[in-house]
Structure formats: structure tokens, C-alpha cells
Design a protein around this ligand. Structure first.
Ligand code: NDP
Length: 334
């Protein structure tokens, strides 16, 4: 592919503003257009970022791009991805893919039938910390993995305290927002699949009505490993962490559940403590680079549509378990 990939942004969004526009441009893509439901917001956004086309028409955007980045509120991803697939455009969709597993599977099937690449923007797979932990686990550095612990509790910045914690129809709440990332990162690092989950949710007052702003989940994997996930929007002073404990060693990832290319990983075993060497790189640039390669027929996106279905299945099982008080099967239905 000699020409630049022309990306259409579906949604005039914060994530594109803060990370994805720069990432796409940094790896040789161009932003051909942005679609917003508000003509004025779209025009201002396009002007701010030097984007040639601002439109309220999805068809017009699709006519002017090769690939779309879908980052609207979660309830809109399904219809927009189906439309993009129908127009034979490659799709990088934000997480959670949709509100239900049936919708998410339909999106994956539609992209497959259209012969277009589909990826989901689980950025944490691209972090040097998680890649190093995955390599260490696969190389047997901690023996048999028995437990994992994820602390992904943060303080949701004021400028994001909108639909995520206020509007139930968007698939709001911390579980669909953050637990999906934990689930994907655990699958990636462990090379294992979740089979059941339990969970409890917390409503500490940031979320409106029934919307949870904190959660604790326990996920059992096929190997028997138990993983504990702690997710919150309400904790100002936590440090994020990702740990895996095996019968011959433990991995401590510190400050690594983040969008920034930072963090450390320590291996602790009979020889003592060793800091794993890390080659930090912008997570989103790595994601787009892999996506561009997949468009050329070279490999797969960092996280595929199927990975997006699987991460959702775990998050939905945690929510269901919290609702019923019962251990719930994780069944992506793939
Ligand atoms: P935003 O709240 O910034 O944008 C979501 C939608 O809200 C936009 O499509 C836009 O509608 C509308 N909107 C934006 N700004 C305004 C405004 N000032 N007034 C009224 N409406 C507005 O969402 P995020 O960027 O935080 O998240 C978007 C998606 O990306 C979600 O699916 C989320 O889960 C995911 N995400 C993923 C991350 C990752 O690292 N993988 C990180 C953050 C988010 P319109 O397009 O019609 O203008």
C-alpha cells in the first residue's frame, strides 16, 4: 500500500482528540473526515485538527475513507460498524464493542462477510509492560500461573463525567468501561480463557441511579487460575497494578493500567528481584500500525473483533454475577 490510509472518525470524541488523531498521523495515516451528530461540534472539531471533511452523514464519511475509527458512545457502535462493513470499510472499534454479545458477534460476522479488517482498541495489549509479562509467563519464568490481581481503580476526570456515569442507555458504568480492559489484558498476558466470574458492584455516588462506579470481580480461567479485578472511577490516589503469581515466581506490573507508555515490571523468584527490560512505545500508535499492516494482509490487529466479544463476555458475566449473587459462566458464544 503506497497511499496513506484515509481514516474516517465516527464521533467527535475525547479519545480521538487526546490520542487517536495523533497516533494515526504518527504512523502514516491521514484523517480524511469526522462525523458528528452536531454539525457545529463536527465543524469546530475538524477546524481544530485540520480535518478536511466534517459531516453529520455517515454515508458521506464512508464515501471518503478507507477505514473508520468508531468511538461514539457504546450504544451506537453496533449500527455504525454494520454500516461501515456494508460499505466495505475496515473497522477499528472502541470497547465495549456493543451492549449485548449478540450485537457484538453480529458486528464481527458482518466484517468477516464483507472481507474487511476488524479490530477493537484494547490499547493495553500494546503496552511494553503487558507484552513483557506475557513473554515471561509463556517462557515459564513464574512456573505455573495460579493467581492474578488487577488494580484498575482510577479517578474519572471531570471532563469525562458524562454519559459513562449518567446515561444507562449507553452501556454506562465502570464494568463495561474498565473491566472489559482487564479481561482482555488478562487473556493476553496469561494466554488463557475465562470460564466463570463472580462479582460485586459499588455505587458510591458518582454514578447516577443504578450505574455502578466501582466493582470487584473474581474470574476463574480454564487452567484453574483465579484473577481478581478491582475497578473504580472514584479513587483519586491509587496506583494501578497487574500481578501474576505462579508456583515458581511472581510478576509485579506497577503503574501499568494506563493510556500512557509508562510502568515497570518486576520478576520476583528464588534468585531475588529483577526489573524486566521494557521498550516503551505509544500504545495507540502500535495499535494503528498493526491495523495498517492487517489491512495490507500482514497479520492481525493487536486485538481482533473476536477479542472484543470475549472481553465483553467477561464483563457481562461480572455484572450478571453481581445482580444475581451467583457464579456466572463466561460464554462469548463464538
Ligand atoms: P466522548 O464523551 O468524548 O464522546 C462520545 C460522544 O459524545 C461523541 O461521539 C460525541 O457525539 C458526544 N460528545 C462529545 N463531546 C460532546 C460535547 N461537548 N457535548 C455533547 N456531546 C459530546 O467519549 P470518549 O472519547 O471518552 O469515549 C468514546 C468511546 O471510546 C467509548 O466507547 C469509550 O468506551 C471508548 N474509550 C476507549 C479508550 C481506550 O483507551 N481504548 C479510552 C477512552 C474511551 P458526536 O460524535 O455526535 O459529536
Amino acid at each position: 500500500m503506497t497511499q496513506k490510509v484515509r481514516w474516517g472518525l465516527i464521533g467527535a470524541t475525547t479519545i480521538a482528540r487526546e490520542w487517536m488523531i495523533a497516533a494515526i498521523r504518527a504512523v502514516g495515516g491521514e484523517i480524511a473526515g469526522v462525523m458528528s451528530s452536531s454539525a457545529e461540534r463536527g465543524r469546530n472539531y475538524a477546524a481544530e485538527f485540520g480535518i478536511p471533511l466534517a459531516t453529520t452523514s455517515l454515508d458521506e464519511l464512508l464515501d471518503n475513507c478507507d477505514a473508520v475509527y468508531v468511538a461514539t458512545t457504546n450504544d451506537l457502535h453496533h449500527a455504525q460498524v454494520l454500516a461501515a462493513a456494508k460499505a466495505k470499510k475496515h473497522v477499528l472499534c472502541e470497547k465495549p464493542l456493543a451492549l449485548t454479545l449478540a450485537e457484538a458477534r453480529e458486528m464481527v460476522a458482518a466484517c468477516k462477510a464483507a472481507g474487511v479488517v476488524m479490530g477493537v482498541n484494547h490499547h493495553l495489549r500494546n503496552a511494553a509492560t503487558h507484552r513483557a509479562m506475557r513473554d515471561a509467563v509463556a517462557a515459564g519464568k513464574i512456573g505455573r500461573p495460579l493467581f492474578a490481581r488487577v488494580c484498575h481503580a482510577v479517578y474519572l476526570p471531570e471532563h469525562l463525567q458524562s454519559w459513562r456515569i449518567k446515561d444507562p442507555k449507553t452501556g454506562a458504568g465502570v464494568v463495561m468501561d474498565i473491566t472489559v480492559h482487564d479481561s482482555d489484558t488478562l487473556r493476553f498476558v496469561l494466554g488463557d480463557e475465562p470460564e466463570a466470574a463472580t462479582g460485586m458492584i459499588q455505587r458510591a455516588g458518582m454514578g447516577s441511579g443504578d450505574i455502578e462506579d466501582g466493582a470487584l470481580g473474581v474470574i476463574r480461567f480454564r487452567s484453574g487460575l483465579l484473577a481478581h479485578v478491582f475497578d473504580a472511577f472514584t479513587c483519586r490516589y491509587t496506583r494501578t497494578a497487574f500481578e501474576v503469581h505462579g508456583d515458581e515466581g511472581s510478576l509485579f506490573g506497577d503503574n501499568c493500567m494506563t493510556q500512557r507508555p509508562v510502568g515497570t515490571v518486576t520478576l520476583r523468584n528464588a534468585q531475588g528481584e529483577t526489573a524486566l527490560p521494557l521498550d516503551h512505545e505509544n500504545l495507540y500508535e502500535r495499535s494503528v500500525r498493526a491495523f495498517h499492516a492487517a489491512m495490507r494482509g500482514e497479520g492481525a490487529p493487536a486485538a481482533t473483533g473476536e477479542d472484543g466479544v470475549r472481553s465483553m463476555a467477561t464483563a457481562l458475566a461480572v455484572l450478571e454475577a453481581a445482580r444475581t449473587g451467583r457464579e456466572t459462566k463466561v460464554d462469548p458464544g463464538l
